[in-house]
Design a protein around this ligand. Structure first.
Ligand code: PEP
Length: 251
């Protein structure tokens, strides 16, 4: 499971003030030479902290990302933030299509693909999120839903250098519930095979496919050892350095 190199990414969502810088410093201190040898770390704070965190992370090898971007480069979109602005602030990644945005902002696959394209055009790596709701899982539609989201959300021009895929079952996010290792294996295998169809085998096999949904130190080892799981997208447990580093040490 060490190829591609694993990525443990933290999504802070709408949490974090300037004082949270202290937690980042703890993460930097705990990111030992041994861990650096095994796993990449990324923190995606709210947009208000991207610039400060990117600056603080210089030299630490912890990456800085954002949680969303607008599809347009600039213009009359009050309140929005473009991929160019995020890159200008020092971000190197941006999450697109998180289920909370699909749910609350009604983002569709085509919107997600446009945002990923904007990310790519500005040199950012897009973390494209997909995942089924509880209702869809119960209806036996998990694989069909994930395939459709993947196909619609991954734009032309994607490669292993600018794309990370995160499988996040909506019902597992923030609930403490997780799918079985077998269920995760099935979905990740499907994502890999669809990526091969979209990107070609050589490129697809280098793309990191993250699992997300209630990952914590106590379940990280089991989830991270599933074939085709190349890291984690972590919400709640990424807010505290001890938990976040505890997940990274699953590698
Ligand atoms: C997320 O929202 O990306 C997530 C995985 O959240 P949590 O880890 O809190 O379930």
């Amino acid at each position: 499971n060490s190829f591609p190199r694993p990525l443990v990414a933290g999504n802070w969502k709408m949490n974090g003030l300037r004082a949270s810088h202290e937690e980042l410093i703890k993460m930097q201190k705990g990111y030992s030479a041994e861990l650096k040898g095994k796993v990449d770390l990324l923190i995606c704070p709210p947009a208000t902290l991207v610039h400060a965190f990117a600056h603080a992370n210089l030299g630490s090898r912890i990456g800085t990302g954002a949680q969303d971007c607008h599809a347009q480069q600039s213009g009359a979109y009050t309140g929005e933030i473009s991929a160019e602005m995020l890159a200008d602030c020092g971000a190197s990644y941006v999450i697109v299509g998180h289920s909370e945005r699909r749910q609350y902002q009604k983002e569709k696959d085509a919107d997600v693909a446009e945002k990923a394209t904007a990310a790519h055009q500005n040199g950012l790596i897009a973390i494209v999120c997909v995942g089924e709701t509880q209702q869809e899982r119960e209806a036996g539609r998990t694989l069909a839903v994930v395939r459709k989201q993947l196909k619609g959300s991954i734009p032309a021009g994607s490669s292993a250098d600018n794309l990370v895929v995160a499988y996040e079952p909506v019902w597992a996010i923030g609930t403490g519930l997780t799918p079985t290792a077998k269920d995760v294996e099935e979905v990740h295998a499907l994502i890999r095979s669809d990526l091969r169809r979209i990107l070609g085998k050589v490129e697809a096999d280098k793309v990191r496919i993250l699992y997300g949904g209630s990952v914590k130190p106590s379940n990280a080892k089991e989830l991270m050892s599933v074939p085709n799981v190349n890291g984690a997208l972590v919400g709640g447990a990424s807010l505290k350095a001890d938990d976040f580093l505890g997940i990274a040490t699953a590698y």
